[in-house]
Ligand binder design. Structure first.
Ligand code: PAF
Length: 290
Protein backbone atom coordinates (compact mmCIF):
# COMPACT_ATOMS: atom_id res chain seq x y z
CA UNK A 1 0.00 0.00 0.00
CA UNK A 2 1.33 3.46 -0.86
CA UNK A 3 0.05 6.88 0.18
CA UNK A 4 -0.30 9.79 -2.19
CA UNK A 5 -2.13 12.98 -1.18
CA UNK A 6 -2.96 11.52 2.27
CA UNK A 7 -5.16 8.80 0.74
CA UNK A 8 -3.88 5.22 0.75
CA UNK A 9 -3.59 3.70 -2.73
CA UNK A 10 -3.81 -0.06 -3.26
CA UNK A 11 -3.45 -1.95 -6.50
CA UNK A 12 -3.94 -5.52 -5.24
CA UNK A 13 -7.30 -7.14 -4.50
CA UNK A 14 -5.83 -8.86 -1.41
CA UNK A 15 -4.78 -5.48 0.07
CA UNK A 16 -8.15 -3.99 -0.76
CA UNK A 17 -9.93 -6.82 1.08
CA UNK A 18 -7.65 -6.51 4.10
CA UNK A 19 -8.41 -2.77 4.34
CA UNK A 20 -12.20 -3.05 3.98
CA UNK A 21 -12.42 -6.12 6.23
CA UNK A 22 -10.67 -4.18 9.00
CA UNK A 23 -13.31 -1.43 8.78
CA UNK A 24 -16.19 -3.92 8.72
CA UNK A 25 -14.80 -5.84 11.70
CA UNK A 26 -15.12 -2.63 13.71
CA UNK A 27 -18.78 -2.39 12.58
CA UNK A 28 -17.98 0.31 10.01
CA UNK A 29 -19.84 0.78 6.71
CA UNK A 30 -18.14 0.79 3.31
CA UNK A 31 -19.20 2.84 0.28
CA UNK A 32 -17.81 2.31 -3.23
CA UNK A 33 -17.52 4.91 -5.99
CA UNK A 34 -16.54 3.00 -9.16
CA UNK A 35 -14.80 5.20 -11.77
CA UNK A 36 -12.54 5.01 -14.77
CA UNK A 37 -10.49 7.92 -13.45
CA UNK A 38 -9.78 11.32 -14.97
CA UNK A 39 -12.05 12.58 -12.24
CA UNK A 40 -14.12 15.74 -12.30
CA UNK A 41 -16.50 17.51 -9.93
CA UNK A 42 -19.28 15.08 -10.78
CA UNK A 43 -17.17 12.17 -9.47
CA UNK A 44 -16.21 14.25 -6.45
CA UNK A 45 -19.89 14.80 -5.64
CA UNK A 46 -20.31 10.99 -5.51
CA UNK A 47 -17.32 10.68 -3.18
CA UNK A 48 -18.67 13.46 -0.94
CA UNK A 49 -22.05 11.73 -0.78
CA UNK A 50 -20.47 8.39 0.04
CA UNK A 51 -18.20 9.92 2.67
CA UNK A 52 -21.31 11.41 4.31
CA UNK A 53 -23.11 8.05 4.30
CA UNK A 54 -20.26 5.64 5.14
CA UNK A 55 -17.30 5.16 7.47
CA UNK A 56 -14.97 4.27 4.60
CA UNK A 57 -15.29 5.41 0.99
CA UNK A 58 -13.34 3.46 -1.59
CA UNK A 59 -12.87 4.98 -5.05
CA UNK A 60 -11.94 2.44 -7.73
CA UNK A 61 -10.05 3.75 -10.74
CA UNK A 62 -9.89 1.28 -13.61
CA UNK A 63 -10.32 1.82 -17.33
CA UNK A 64 -12.20 -1.38 -18.05
CA UNK A 65 -11.27 -2.88 -21.42
CA UNK A 66 -14.38 -5.11 -21.43
CA UNK A 67 -16.73 -2.15 -21.94
CA UNK A 68 -14.94 -0.75 -24.98
CA UNK A 69 -15.52 -2.21 -28.44
CA UNK A 70 -12.95 -2.41 -31.21
CA UNK A 71 -12.32 1.10 -32.59
CA UNK A 72 -13.54 2.90 -29.43
CA UNK A 73 -11.31 5.08 -27.25
CA UNK A 74 -9.89 2.49 -24.79
CA UNK A 75 -6.27 3.30 -25.73
CA UNK A 76 -6.72 7.06 -25.66
CA UNK A 77 -9.13 7.33 -22.71
CA UNK A 78 -7.68 10.16 -20.55
CA UNK A 79 -5.69 9.01 -17.51
CA UNK A 80 -4.02 11.02 -14.70
CA UNK A 81 -3.66 9.09 -11.44
CA UNK A 82 -1.78 11.82 -9.52
CA UNK A 83 -4.51 14.36 -10.21
CA UNK A 84 -7.19 11.77 -9.40
CA UNK A 85 -5.54 11.09 -6.03
CA UNK A 86 -5.63 14.80 -5.18
CA UNK A 87 -9.31 14.98 -6.13
CA UNK A 88 -10.15 11.87 -4.08
CA UNK A 89 -8.37 13.32 -1.05
CA UNK A 90 -10.16 16.67 -1.41
CA UNK A 91 -13.56 14.94 -1.58
CA UNK A 92 -13.01 12.71 1.47
CA UNK A 93 -12.14 9.29 0.02
CA UNK A 94 -10.56 6.87 2.50
CA UNK A 95 -8.92 4.52 0.02
CA UNK A 96 -8.24 4.37 -3.72
CA UNK A 97 -8.13 1.03 -5.53
CA UNK A 98 -6.33 1.35 -8.86
CA UNK A 99 -5.47 -2.11 -10.18
CA UNK A 100 -3.64 -2.90 -13.41
CA UNK A 101 -5.57 -4.91 -15.99
CA UNK A 102 -3.78 -8.17 -15.06
CA UNK A 103 -4.95 -7.80 -11.44
CA UNK A 104 -8.60 -7.35 -12.48
CA UNK A 105 -8.48 -9.99 -15.20
CA UNK A 106 -5.75 -12.46 -14.28
CA UNK A 107 -7.07 -14.70 -17.05
CA UNK A 108 -9.27 -13.86 -20.03
CA UNK A 109 -12.77 -13.97 -18.52
CA UNK A 110 -15.19 -16.49 -19.97
CA UNK A 111 -17.91 -15.43 -17.55
CA UNK A 112 -19.98 -12.36 -18.33
CA UNK A 113 -22.95 -10.61 -16.71
CA UNK A 114 -25.74 -9.78 -19.17
CA UNK A 115 -28.71 -7.69 -18.15
CA UNK A 116 -30.91 -8.83 -21.02
CA UNK A 117 -32.96 -6.28 -22.89
CA UNK A 118 -31.69 -3.31 -20.90
CA UNK A 119 -28.28 -3.87 -22.53
CA UNK A 120 -29.72 -3.66 -26.05
CA UNK A 121 -31.75 -0.44 -26.17
CA UNK A 122 -30.57 3.19 -26.55
CA UNK A 123 -26.78 3.12 -25.95
CA UNK A 124 -26.88 -0.65 -26.38
CA UNK A 125 -27.96 -0.25 -30.03
CA UNK A 126 -24.84 1.78 -30.76
CA UNK A 127 -22.56 -0.10 -28.32
CA UNK A 128 -23.91 -3.69 -28.23
CA UNK A 129 -21.21 -5.12 -25.93
CA UNK A 130 -20.84 -2.11 -23.65
CA UNK A 131 -23.26 -2.93 -20.82
CA UNK A 132 -22.12 -6.54 -20.50
CA UNK A 133 -18.62 -5.15 -19.91
CA UNK A 134 -19.92 -2.62 -17.38
CA UNK A 135 -22.10 -5.15 -15.51
CA UNK A 136 -19.26 -7.68 -15.39
CA UNK A 137 -16.66 -5.28 -13.97
CA UNK A 138 -19.11 -3.77 -11.47
CA UNK A 139 -20.12 -7.27 -10.31
CA UNK A 140 -16.41 -8.03 -9.83
CA UNK A 141 -15.86 -4.82 -7.86
CA UNK A 142 -18.88 -5.59 -5.67
CA UNK A 143 -17.50 -9.05 -5.05
CA UNK A 144 -13.95 -7.80 -4.31
CA UNK A 145 -15.10 -5.23 -1.74
CA UNK A 146 -18.59 -6.14 -0.56
CA UNK A 147 -19.66 -2.48 -0.24
CA UNK A 148 -22.93 -1.76 1.58
CA UNK A 149 -23.59 1.10 -0.84
CA UNK A 150 -22.31 1.98 -4.29
CA UNK A 151 -22.66 5.39 -5.95
CA UNK A 152 -23.26 6.07 -9.65
CA UNK A 153 -24.00 9.30 -11.50
CA UNK A 154 -27.35 9.77 -13.24
CA UNK A 155 -25.32 11.18 -16.15
CA UNK A 156 -24.96 7.54 -17.31
CA UNK A 157 -28.62 6.85 -16.65
CA UNK A 158 -28.90 3.60 -18.58
CA UNK A 159 -25.84 2.28 -16.75
CA UNK A 160 -27.53 3.09 -13.44
CA UNK A 161 -30.68 1.21 -14.47
CA UNK A 162 -28.60 -1.77 -15.67
CA UNK A 163 -26.61 -1.96 -12.42
CA UNK A 164 -29.71 -1.59 -10.24
CA UNK A 165 -31.34 -4.47 -12.09
CA UNK A 166 -28.21 -6.62 -11.93
CA UNK A 167 -27.94 -6.07 -8.16
CA UNK A 168 -31.64 -6.92 -7.69
CA UNK A 169 -31.59 -10.00 -9.95
CA UNK A 170 -28.43 -11.40 -8.31
CA UNK A 171 -29.61 -10.45 -4.78
CA UNK A 172 -26.37 -8.57 -4.21
CA UNK A 173 -26.36 -7.06 -0.71
CA UNK A 174 -25.57 -3.55 -1.91
CA UNK A 175 -27.67 -0.40 -2.14
CA UNK A 176 -27.17 1.21 -5.55
CA UNK A 177 -27.39 4.98 -5.05
CA UNK A 178 -28.02 7.26 -8.04
CA UNK A 179 -26.67 10.83 -7.74
CA UNK A 180 -27.57 13.96 -9.75
CA UNK A 181 -25.61 15.03 -12.82
CA UNK A 182 -23.10 17.83 -12.36
CA UNK A 183 -23.37 20.53 -15.08
CA UNK A 184 -21.38 23.44 -16.44
CA UNK A 185 -23.16 26.83 -16.40
CA UNK A 186 -24.48 26.28 -19.96
CA UNK A 187 -25.89 22.88 -19.00
CA UNK A 188 -23.16 20.63 -20.45
CA UNK A 189 -22.97 17.52 -18.24
CA UNK A 190 -19.49 16.96 -16.80
CA UNK A 191 -17.78 13.98 -18.40
CA UNK A 192 -14.18 12.81 -18.66
CA UNK A 193 -14.73 12.70 -22.42
CA UNK A 194 -15.43 16.47 -22.60
CA UNK A 195 -11.64 16.77 -22.87
CA UNK A 196 -12.03 15.65 -26.52
CA UNK A 197 -13.93 18.90 -27.33
CA UNK A 198 -11.91 21.66 -29.00
CA UNK A 199 -12.50 25.26 -27.80
CA UNK A 200 -14.50 25.88 -31.01
CA UNK A 201 -16.67 22.80 -30.42
CA UNK A 202 -17.24 23.36 -26.69
CA UNK A 203 -20.18 25.86 -27.00
CA UNK A 204 -21.96 23.49 -29.42
CA UNK A 205 -21.84 20.69 -26.84
CA UNK A 206 -24.56 22.39 -24.76
CA UNK A 207 -27.00 21.37 -27.51
CA UNK A 208 -27.71 18.12 -25.65
CA UNK A 209 -28.98 20.02 -22.62
CA UNK A 210 -30.97 22.42 -24.82
CA UNK A 211 -32.56 19.44 -26.55
CA UNK A 212 -33.54 17.83 -23.24
CA UNK A 213 -35.05 21.07 -21.99
CA UNK A 214 -37.08 21.41 -25.19
CA UNK A 215 -38.34 17.84 -24.68
CA UNK A 216 -39.30 18.58 -21.08
CA UNK A 217 -41.08 21.79 -22.17
CA UNK A 218 -43.07 19.84 -24.76
CA UNK A 219 -44.23 17.40 -22.06
CA UNK A 220 -44.96 20.30 -19.68
CA UNK A 221 -47.08 21.92 -22.41
CA UNK A 222 -49.19 18.79 -22.55
CA UNK A 223 -47.68 16.54 -25.21
CA UNK A 224 -48.08 12.86 -24.31
CA UNK A 225 -47.03 11.50 -27.69
CA UNK A 226 -43.48 10.07 -27.60
CA UNK A 227 -43.02 10.63 -31.37
CA UNK A 228 -43.83 14.32 -30.91
CA UNK A 229 -41.53 14.82 -27.91
CA UNK A 230 -38.67 12.93 -29.57
CA UNK A 231 -39.12 15.00 -32.75
CA UNK A 232 -38.85 18.22 -30.70
CA UNK A 233 -35.58 17.01 -29.11
CA UNK A 234 -34.19 15.73 -32.43
CA UNK A 235 -34.94 19.08 -34.12
CA UNK A 236 -32.87 20.95 -31.53
CA UNK A 237 -29.96 18.53 -32.03
CA UNK A 238 -30.25 18.80 -35.82
CA UNK A 239 -30.17 22.61 -35.69
CA UNK A 240 -26.62 22.57 -34.26
CA UNK A 241 -24.26 22.40 -37.27
CA UNK A 242 -21.33 21.04 -35.21
CA UNK A 243 -23.38 18.13 -33.79
CA UNK A 244 -24.16 14.77 -35.43
CA UNK A 245 -27.25 13.47 -33.59
CA UNK A 246 -27.49 9.74 -32.74
CA UNK A 247 -30.75 9.43 -30.85
CA UNK A 248 -33.40 11.33 -28.92
CA UNK A 249 -35.71 9.16 -26.83
CA UNK A 250 -38.54 9.46 -24.32
CA UNK A 251 -38.85 6.28 -22.22
CA UNK A 252 -40.19 4.94 -18.95
CA UNK A 253 -37.67 5.87 -16.24
CA UNK A 254 -37.62 2.46 -14.54
CA UNK A 255 -37.80 0.04 -17.49
CA UNK A 256 -36.41 2.15 -20.37
CA UNK A 257 -39.37 0.89 -22.42
CA UNK A 258 -40.93 3.31 -24.88
CA UNK A 259 -44.59 3.80 -23.91
CA UNK A 260 -47.35 4.40 -26.47
CA UNK A 261 -48.56 7.31 -24.36
CA UNK A 262 -46.24 9.25 -22.05
CA UNK A 263 -47.15 9.16 -18.36
CA UNK A 264 -45.66 8.77 -14.87
CA UNK A 265 -41.90 9.03 -14.47
CA UNK A 266 -40.10 9.46 -17.78
CA UNK A 267 -36.49 9.75 -18.80
CA UNK A 268 -35.54 11.79 -21.84
CA UNK A 269 -32.20 10.66 -23.30
CA UNK A 270 -30.04 12.05 -26.12
CA UNK A 271 -26.74 11.18 -27.77
CA UNK A 272 -24.73 13.11 -30.33
CA UNK A 273 -21.21 13.45 -31.61
CA UNK A 274 -19.51 16.83 -31.48
CA UNK A 275 -16.14 16.54 -33.21
CA UNK A 276 -14.22 13.61 -31.65
CA UNK A 277 -16.47 13.54 -28.58
CA UNK A 278 -19.43 11.21 -28.33
CA UNK A 279 -21.72 12.83 -25.76
CA UNK A 280 -24.77 11.49 -23.91
CA UNK A 281 -27.15 13.19 -21.51
CA UNK A 282 -30.59 12.69 -19.97
CA UNK A 283 -33.27 14.34 -17.88
CA UNK A 284 -36.01 13.02 -15.62
CA UNK A 285 -39.56 14.28 -16.16
CA UNK A 286 -42.43 13.35 -13.87
CA UNK A 287 -45.67 13.76 -15.84
CA UNK A 288 -47.67 13.91 -12.59
CA UNK A 289 -45.65 16.83 -11.21
CA UNK A 290 -45.35 19.34 -14.02
O1 PAF B 1 -19.20 4.96 -15.31
C1 PAF B 1 -18.03 4.51 -15.37
O2 PAF B 1 -17.06 5.24 -15.19
C2 PAF B 1 -17.82 3.05 -15.68
O3 PAF B 1 -18.73 2.58 -16.60
C3 PAF B 1 -17.79 2.15 -14.42
C4 PAF B 1 -19.13 2.15 -13.70
C5 PAF B 1 -16.70 2.63 -13.48
C6 PAF B 1 -17.47 0.70 -14.82
O4 PAF B 1 -16.24 0.60 -15.45
Amino acid sequence: MSTVSDVPLVDRVADLRTAVDAVRRQGGSVGLVPTMGYLHKGHQSLVIRSATDNDLTVVSIFVNPLQFAEGEDYGTYPRDLDRDMEMCAAAGAGLVFAPVTEEMYSQTPITSVTVKGLNAVLEGRVRPTHFDGVATVVAKLFSMLGPGRAYFGEKDYQQLVVIRRMAADLSLPVEVVGCPTFRESDGLALSSRNVYLSPEERPAASVLWRSLQAGRDAVAEGSRNPDEVEAVMAAVLAAEPKASPEYAAAVDAATLARPDVLGGELRLLVAARVGQARLIDNLGVDCDRL
